[in-house]
Design a protein around this ligand. Structure first.
Ligand code: ADP
Ligand code: ZN
Length: 432
């Protein structure tokens, strides 16, 4: 059974006492790195200036760029001989970043993931299959150790080979599956092709979906298709990986574990805190990490803290479903648009499949958006398709205020991606 379940039930005041104690320890530990020593000196602060939680604002932010510049080991607060694992981000947008873990860090990470899985009702006796890539991607090993810590039989199927994935689900009687949301849709399509009805032919009852933005509508689709409850899981490698925030059985916001993280929401432009309940950039401070704590890390993810208390009785704050990253935002004709807004509309049409692609182009000074979306079933009823296209266009325009070009394409014709789905292709040329 997993360790420290008592932290899950802490009251607000107990959480705050623990946070302050852990924050002070963390700040002191950070002074082992030249990076934070310099940062503190430049801002004329010392660890003694952190006397209450409200003193947090005195500490400058840490950014992804800081991590890049510290690549690979400069942010370690312990000698490398105490580091037992590193994870690295893909590095598709520049120098990769590295996150270091001591054995205790890995243990605490496993505890956090186990706590999440327990929260959604999973127990020893469940059979947990993980369709994430193993290796540097933290969704693999992160869920592996968490599920083992909880005491479930684990199936580290890893990514790819969907037919084999499905065979494991049916042969082993998998009851819980971790999959990124775009892959959950794909799994269902292949099950259909194989003549497998997930309700009749599998024991699946729980899906853990996360790692990429998805809409409430997409979650409901996944639940309906596979006959499961699907829970939103949020994490990122800088914060260990999965296990940062997770939905409880209420499915209304993701509890963020405040014995591990201090959460702030700031305006991404002014970096000032937003009002309670307003959307802004999520900023996290790790307070339960040894090798590489991060102070006020700017995640670039946009969300808000849900007001009010959760009927489940847990007092850890709840984050709203992520709206996306600040860099996912498209600006067209001066309008700010997130892919998730488009998905929310598309997923309401039962005629449409799960895959879509947004392409941005420009002709002279005119920005154009094309939305290609797969049909669920083949149809050559031209009039019906035309009416459908018109209705989708109308509803998208209501939501995003510009008129996109909508193209209905046949099932399976959009490129299939391994890993996180790419929803937007920006082909706009910079105009001089
Ligand atoms: P990478 O930075 O290469 O994508 P990570 O696995 O660390 O690698 O990705 C973390 C990011 O994935 C988060 O910062 C967030 O943008 C996104 N993400 C993770 N979980 C969710 C979720 N449940 N909903 C929306 N976005 C998520
Ligand atoms: Zn709850």
């Amino acid at each position: 059974m997993y360790l420290h379940p008592e932290f899950e039930k802490l009251t607000r005041s107990e959480i705050e006492v623990l946070q302050l104690e852990r924050l002070k320890k963390t700040v002191n530990r950070c002074m082992n790195t030249e990076f934070y020593r310099k940062r503190f000196a430049e801002n004329n602060i010392t660890p003694d200036d952190i006397r209450s939680l409200s003193d947090l604002y005195k500490i400058p932010f840490t950014t992804k760029q800081d991590l890049r510049e510290s690549y690979p080991f400069k942010m370690s607060t312990v000698p490398l001989s105490q580091v037992v694992r590193l994870h690295s981000s893909s590095g598709t947008t520049g120098t990769p970043t590295v996150i270091l873990h001591t054995q205790k860090d890995l243990d605490e990470w496993a505890n956090a993931v186990a706590r999440c899985l327990y929260m959604v009702g999973l127990r020893p006796g469940d059979i947990f299959q993980n369709s994430s890539g193993y290796g540097m991607f933290t969704g693999g090993l992160g869920f592996q150790y968490g599920a083992e810590r909880l005491g479930m039989l684990t199936v580290p199927a890893a990514a790819g080979n969907t037919k084999r994935q499905i065979k494991f689900i049916t042969d082993f009687g998998t009851t819980a599956l971790h999959a990124i949301p775009s892959y959950a849709g794909r799994l269902y399509e292949v099950m259909e092709e194989m003549g497998i009805d997930p309700r009749r032919d599998t024991r699946l009852h729980t899906l853990i979906i996360g790692a990429e933005p998805h809409s409430e509508e997409q979650r409901r689709r996944i639940e309906k298709m596979l006959g499961v409850k699907a829970y939103n899981s949020f994490g990122m490698s800088e914060m260990c990986g999965p296990g940062v925030a997770f939905e409880c059985q209420e499915q209304n916001g993701l509890h963020i574990w405040e014995d591990y993280y201090i959460v702030e929401i700031v305006n991404p432009d002014t970096l000032e805190p937003v009002k309670d309940g307003e959307i802004g950039e999520l900023v996290l401070t790790t307070i339960n990490r040894e090798a590489m704590p991060l102070l006020r890390y700017r995640t670039r993810d946009l969300t808000r803290i849900l007001p009010g208390s959760c009927p489940c009785g847990r007092h850890h704050k709840r984050l709203d479903r992520m709206k996306g990253r600040s860099d996912d935002m498209m600006i067209l004709k001066g309008v700010n648009i997130f892919p998730i807004q488009i998905e929310t509309i598309l997923m309401q049409f039962p005629e449409l499949g799960n895959d879509y692609l947004i392409t941005l182009t420009n002709e002279e000074a005119n920005d154009l958006m094309t939305v290609e979306v797969e049909l669920k079933e083949f149809s050559d009823d031209y009039h019906r398709l035309q009416a459908l296209t018109k209705e989708i266009t109308r509803q998208l325009k209501d939501e995003i205020l510009i008129t996109p070009i909508v193209r209905l394409v046949s099932k399976g014709s959009l490129p299939k991606q391994e890993g996180k789905a790419i929803r937007v292709k920006d082909l706009r040329k910079t105009l001089i």
